[in-house]
Design a protein. Structure first.
Length: 395
């Protein structure tokens, strides 16, 4: 099976990269489409082809000429019609070339499945619906469904127009599937396939025990974005600090919103209590998790957080806000703690509840959390379900 995967950026996030590796092991031929992150330009996966988006004028024009010649020779009049429609839509030649290069490459690759990872790609490039000659799968994840169409009415209208034309949806939670239905996604075409972690993580020993130390190590991991709720978490840390709680809070978040967080950390006099790390390699993130006693997910919205799943798999008790698909993962008081969204006081209460809970109860919660991962969130299971979706559309 030849599968094309449209990404915003290459390399993809770890959770998508892990899935790609598993698909290759299942003998899928994978072709990635997207813009190369210049800081990680050495990205390579065995058995995976990369069709990078041109980032300079010469490459873009050269690729355009190459695709045009090949396309006309192979598709003739149909291909000229595609070029004409693109040029008629775009305001200038530069944009026409960019759009042409982006949509024609998957067409030329004769794919069995074309899988778009981020919903806004459909809003910006609906051409895929018109020209790709294979079933099209769209993943429904976090911000692109929970926030983008609410913040931008034009995106919402485009979703309503194009979602009914999608062949199959991959939703990361029931909650996010219900959101997608509001924009015209057919429930019969939506497949709930939960995010997953590598089984090997379950075998890693975690010796961190809050009861054996004086300092409570708290950690949050995600994107550097307002929706992740770090400002609320920092307000909670400010309260804990004023109350004399001995803790250290680490935020690992990649992105461009760090100035906002760094200012708040300074303004609340938390420099000695809070460490902010602007992104890290996955193995470093796992190491930081293993050094922590408590995982905190203070988000305003989520699909389902992969970092939360990894924390549960590693045996780190978790506190999360009641957003998105989180209640599908955590049963409050059994395998973690669920708190209201946007409430710093609730974070403080949950942290104190964790601190005052005996070690036996902690171990019970960790055991139940690991069991939840084994039942519903293993990478092998996710891969099989994705392949089942692909095969159902091909048949």
């Amino acid at each position: 099976m030849k599968v094309g995967i449209l990404l915003g950026e290459i390399p993809p996030p770890v959770f998508i990269e892990q899935l790609i590796k598993q698909l290759v092991l299942k003998e899928c031929k994978i072709i990635l489409y997207g813009k190369i992150n210049k800081k990680k330009a050495d990205f390579y996966l065995r058995g995976v082809k990369v069709r990078k988006t041109p980032q300079n004028k010469l490459f873009s024009i050269t690729l355009f000429i190459y695709l045009l010649i090949r396309g006309v020779l192979k598709y003739k009049i149909q291909f000229i019609s595609i070029l004409y429609k693109i040029r008629h839509r775009e305001s200038n030649i530069k944009n026409s070339i960019i759009r042409f290069n982006k949509i024609v490459r998957p067409l030329m690759d004769n794919l069995d499945i074309f899988h778009i990872q981020w919903a806004k790609s459909i809003a910006h490039y609906p051409d895929f619906l018109n020209y790709i000659n294979c079933p099209l799968v769209l993943s429904l994840r976090g911000t692109h469904i929970n926030v983008s169409p609410i913040a931008d009415e034009k995106i919402a209208e485009k979703y309503k127009h194009y979602f009914p034309k999608i062949d199959g949806f991959h939703a990361v939670s029931n909650a996010i599937a219900q959101e997608a239905v509001k924009y015209g996604a057919d429930t019969k075409k939506i497949h709930i396939i939960y995010p997953a972690v590598d089984e090997n993580i379950l075998t890693i020993e975690n010796n961190a025990n809050y009861k054996s130390t004086d300092t409570l190590e708290i950690i949050s991991i995600g994107r550097c974005h307002w929706i992740k709720g770090y400002t609320t978490a920092l307000d909670a840390m400010h309260i804990l600090n004023k109350e004399g709680v001995n803790f250290h809070y680490t935020i690992i978040a990649s992105g461009e919103d760090e100035e906002n967080l760094l200012f708040q950390i300074s303004d609340l006099n938390l420099k000695e209590k809070v460490t902010f790390i602007n992104g890290a390699e996955h193995r470093q993130v796992l190491k930081k998790l293993l050094d922590s006693h408590l995982f905190l997910l203070p988000s305003f919205e989520e699909g389902i957080s992969n970092s939360l799943l990894e924390a549960m798999a590693l045996g780190i008790p978790s506190i999360s806000t009641e957003c998105g698909g989180i209640p599908e993962v955590i049963n409050h008081g059994e395998d973690g703690y669920i708190i209201p969204v946007g409430c710093s006081v609730s974070i403080v209460k949950a942290v104190k509840e964790f601190m005052n809970t005996d070690n036996k109860k902690h171990l019970e919660m960790i055991s139940k959390a690991k069991k939840k991962i084994k039942i519903s969130h293993l990478l092998s299971q996710q891969t099989d379900e994705i392949l089942e979706l692909y095969n159902s559309l091909i048949k």
